[in-house]
Design a protein. Sequence first.
Length: 402
Amino acid sequence: MGIFSYKAVNVDGQTVNGKLVAAGREEALQTLLGKGLHPFSVGEESIKFNQMKAFGLLDRRQKEENLIFFTRQLANLLLAGVRLGEALEIISILLKPGAFKKVVMEVNNSLRSGSHFSASLAEHPGYFSSAYIGMVKAGEEGGFLGLTCQRLARTLESSARFKAFLFSSLIYPFILLVVAIFAVVVMLTYVLPKFMQIYSNYGKTLPWSTRFLLQLNRFLSDHWWLLIGVLAVLIICLVVYRRTAYGRRQLDEFRLKLPVVGKLSIALAMTEICRSIGTMLENGVSLIKALNVSCHISNNQVFQTALVEAGVEVERGKHLSEALAKTGVFPATVVALTGIGEHTGKMGTMLQQAADHYEQEGKESLEKVVKTFEPVLILTMGLIIGFIVISMLLPVLGISVI
């Protein structure tokens, strides 16, 4: 499948342009002719161009903010009785100039040429996810597009708040870590050489701690290139290993088994997966399709594989709770809430509750990690810097034994 840009003439003699997804150029032409358009220019966009357009021209954070604004305003306008085409025109006026504004205008043009709204969104995969398009399609076909957009906006806003919480919680420890490492590097590369000149003619035996630091300084000065080379090789090997299916699976499994990081990773994954499936079910998407779309929500290979296996089991007639339990990777809370949802007929609602539960658990786990990490880091760096300072001052004070 590829993305094709086209220019065509409609039945009114007007020139229209847009994009569509097709297996080849011939299929793209047939699709356009089926819509009553007479194309005079059809060309496939390269993958590289689409990636640049999706990720290079619009910052990821700005893209999320624009998507939330677009979805929220669309929901408000549709629920107020405004027609879809008029709503898109109003939103395109409200949006600031940029790539996303052009996308909305292209979606509106595609809608005018006879395409469904969901199909028009699908022409821009860099901006609208499969889950987003699937929910819009269900709302479009069910006649409750405004309500669907309202639920989508709430889901996107909740996800954005959670990401903002993660960023704000991690930024201070990260800055603290960088400053601490910088301080140690300065001590080893700038302060220590000054003392080496002083102690070069020292007649007495230097304390073991001072000798250790001086030898460490010599090693870093003479073999810094070796350390950088080894570190670069390790990073390259790790990146190459992770790009393999087996390597990614092993690293993802290892991450889930880590004492603190594992619990936080599970909470984040469950929040994303349960929120996605629950929202799609509430918006009329079938369970099988919701599972297929949600396979790509989590970036953890373990949960991706588990969702694929669960989808196969559900297609064979098993309940979702049984399928999730069989994978052995989903927490008991998710399995239990899914089972309750199956018995009550409110699976979407129960999965949303599971998402809320794990979102709160993720926040609490992160707060505990940050509160533990900060004093430990400060204490560790204080001990290291104190060790360096004392070791350098011992010979000056004429002390040979600590």
